[in-house]
Design a binder for this molecule. Structure first.
Ligand code: MF3
Ligand code: CO
Length: 252
């Protein structure tokens, strides 16, 4: 259990909370990336995405119809936008990965609902991350919450195991058959990350080779935590372990 306790101090949700507070109309995605990288380096951690398969930044910033892997640049956020902030860090040889999607100023009721449903789907998935369950119990819990709210789950990208590498086995689709897939075992560390579209699930990749957008141009949201399967409740490693926030949500 040493590894789990160690990962419990991965600080990236603190980073995301800091970034969330800086979100306001006019800020550019590049400024957010620069701040994220400074925060990470100041903690003695390493930005996990920078240089990964040639990715040029520490943070992924995906705005509105952008699903994931939006590359930070001169784009200024404006009122009504939603922006996902996806951040990976490496500390003491172990990786952590987390994402939040944040409203910029006032957003539409539908955008608000999309954010709420996507975050709820993440927590429905986490609740299923228990010894005795199967991997696709997690997938199914996410999918059902999303689809019962009239949204769709992205199929071309999935969550993943994580540890000494950013991406490890198993792949974790956000859809699947309950009671199927590998058995969950104590000590598994997983990055669960529902990517939820307002419209259809189809996506395409922009010519920059990174940015994934919805095929129909409708909104998309993304929430992610790094979690551990334990002998009791799942532990959310990408939350500050002192906060108790995740455990409260899991019990509600
Ligand atoms: N959270 C994403 C993932 O799990 C981010 C990877 S972006 C990359 O794949 F730049 F590192 F590729
Ligand atoms: Co991830």
């Amino acid at each position: 259990m040493f590894i789990l306790k160690f990962l419990g101090v991965t600080p990236q949700y603190d980073f995301l909370a800091t970034l969330r507070n800086l979100i306001q109309p006019g800020i550019t995605t590049k400024e957010l990336d620069q701040i994220a990288e400074d925060l990470i380096l100041k903690k003695g951690a390493v930005p996990a995405f920078k240089g990964y398969m040639g990715y040029p930044a520490a943070l992924c910033t995906s705005v509105n119809e952008e699903v994931i892997h939006g590359v930070p640049g001169p784009r200024q956020l404006k009122p009504g936008d939603i922006v996902s902030l996806d951040l990976g860090v490496k500390l003491g040889g172990y990786y952590g990965d987390a994402t939040i999607t944040v409203p910029v100023g006032e957003v539409s009721k539908e955008a608000e609902r999309l954010l709420r449903v996507t975050e709820m789907a993440l927590y429905e998935g986490i609740k299923m991350a228990r010894v005795g369950n199967r991997l696709y119990d997690i997938s199914y819990a996410i999918q059902s919450l999303v689809e019962s709210n009239g949204f769709s789950v992205v199929r071309d990208f999935v969550g993943h195991g994580i540890g000494k590498n950013l991406h490890e086995e198993p792949q974790i689709p956000n859809f699947g058959r309950p009671g199927h897939g590998p058995r969950l075992k104590e000590g598994m560390v997983l990055a669960l990350e529902p990517m939820v579209n307002e419209g259809g699930w189809q996506v395409r990749i922009l010519p920059d080779g990174w940015t994934v957008v919805t095929a129909d141009g409708k909104l998309s949201a993304h929430f992610e935590h790094t979690i551990a399967v334990t002998d009791t409740d799942p532990e959310i490693l990408s939350l500050p372990s002192s906060s108790g926030e995740g455990q409260k949500i899991l019990r509600s």
